[in-house]
Design a protein around this ligand. Structure first.
Ligand SMILES: [Zn+2]
Ligand SMILES: [Zn+2]
Ligand SMILES: [Zn+2]
Length: 158
């Protein structure tokens, strides 16, 4: 018995233009600078971020961005199925952009790393005794390789 090892590759840069269009469409026809900034920040991030972190980053691009705008944008993106959220080890809730197209996730609860996994790990579907599977959602929560290495070092030092 050998476990299948999945390579965790970052978001592909080629798809970013198309995803930006998808995200802006989800936010509504009036793509103001703050909305655009929030989308750009989320698409560029490879980890979950708190609304406050999103605000901080978005303000660098669009100083008029407010926390209310961040929450409204998150709501709309979420309604369109484009948001992945998780409660991190710190207790904060982090939000990340979830690209179109079926995929799984590996989410580090320590640093918030959000790693899409493609292709699907269970493409053939499990055998569920007559139950016909039409869709599934599968996410893995844990500690990423970098955070695991860091906590090993801490263990040695302490
Ligand atoms: Zn996703
Ligand atoms: Zn991590
Ligand atoms: Zn899948």
């Amino acid at each position: 018995m050998s476990a299948r090892v999945v390579d965790l590759a970052p978001h592909d840069a080629e798809g970013l233009g198309a995803e930006t269009a998808v995200a802006l469409a989800a936010l509504g026809p009036a793509s103001t600078a703050p909305r655009r900034a929030i989308v750009e920040v989320m698409l560029a991030a490879s980890r979950l971020q708190t609304p406050e972190e999103l605000l901080h980053e978005a303000r660098i691009r669009a100083p008029a961005t407010s926390l209310a705008t961040v929450y409204r944008a998150l709501e709309r993106l979420d309604a369109a199925g484009r948001v992945k959220r998780a409660t991190l080890a710190s207790g904060a809730v982090g939000y990340g952009y979830c690209a179109t197209g079926h995929h799984e996730h590996a989410i580090c609860l320590r640093c918030g790393q959000l790693q899409p996994i493609r292709p699907c790990l269970v493409a053939d579907g499990p055998a569920l005794g007559g139950f016909r599977v039409t869709s599934h959602v599968l996410d893995f929560y844990g500690v990423c390789a970098r955070c695991a290495a860091e906590s090993d070092e801490e263990g040695v030092a302490g």
